[in-house]
Design a protein around this ligand. Sequence first.
Ligand code: ATP
Ligand code: MG
Ligand code: MG
Length: 377
Amino acid sequence: GTTIGILGGGQLGRMLVLAGTNLGYRFVTLDPAPDSPCGQVSEQIRAAYDDEHAARELARQCDVITYEFENVDAGVAALLEQESSVPQGSNLLYTTQHRLREKRSIEAAGVPVAPYREISSATDLVQAVAELGVPCVLKTTVGGYDGKGQVVIRQPEEAVAAYEQLAASGAELVLEQFIRFRCEISVIVARSTNGEAKAFPPAENIHVNNILHTSIVPARVPESVQEEARRLAVAVAESLGAVGLLAVEMFVAENGQLYVNELAPRPHNSGHYTMEGCATSQFEQHIRAICGLPLGSTKLLNPVVMVNVLGEHLEDVVQRFIQPDAEAERLNVVPKLHLYGKSEAKPGRKMGHINLLCQDAEQALEWIDQTNIWGNK
Ligand code: ATP
Ligand code: MG
Ligand code: MG
């Protein structure tokens, strides 16, 4: 049998393991945590992600290696490629680890991004703000997530303070024009080692405090926009020569025009709806793609709304699920709970998610409202 190694032992890795185990693969994960979500479902090498000795051991034990986060150490990535097989390649990581490289690669695919400027000094920034206009967003080129490492500039006078705030990190910066979007969507596309590519239906994403809160599928945009979004995602994946999953986040502007915001070369939170929503989950699709199996159908089986369960929601969610749910019956929604097996429920920490299968997304949204779990907490 084939053994698959995963760099990282978080929930994305865990769901890859669960999907891939059903396909007959064996898994070894590399993660420093004694209680990682993957540790409960796979063998684990317990070491830091940048520990070259541990990475070599992972390569020795595995036929194929993948990763569940994009900030993989470049040295480790090169080592793994040399000592084992990393179908995704290190180039995809190199590109998606850095916002400027990422934007250039999207443009090279003929796909629009928000107008942007490279920023290396406060003077650059003042000039770029004048060129792009306000509001605009200053971001670090590396290491940002959940909105960390970015500042919105609403007035030209705010530029210097914004620069000082982010330049302290020492990273290069990029300034983007602020897109007044109608909504945000994402498309998960898979491309296999054989070059076959398939995109899942777009999810409409709602963020709260810069953390994904809900994904609604089908996205509430015209069919033509959904089609275009899938086409753009496939174009980016093909132009990059990506293998495995690529999550493509986009803004839908008021006029329906699409701009790609950022990429992630891995399973994505906004693709969790596929677990029950689609004929194939994003996790199974990733395993298929990196192992050279034919890709599965991405058909949407029914409308679905995904809501994240953060630390502050966990207790109420568990209470809700051990009792009959008359409200779900009334609204004709079927809530499917996925917990990640994390021990400490800290506020803001992703502990699980719920896929609400429904006939109409509005009813699933009403269920979320009625529970009072995701209220003002
Ligand atoms: P993630 O957790 O998705 O990796 P991140 O920290 O990498 O997030 P982005 O996705 O770049 O950051 O931005 C976070 C959010 O900020 C976006 O989802 C969007 O709501 C808003 N945003 C970012 N850039 C822009 C922009 N150019 N125009 C309008 N809104 C923006
Ligand atoms: Mg990001
Ligand atoms: Mg994002």
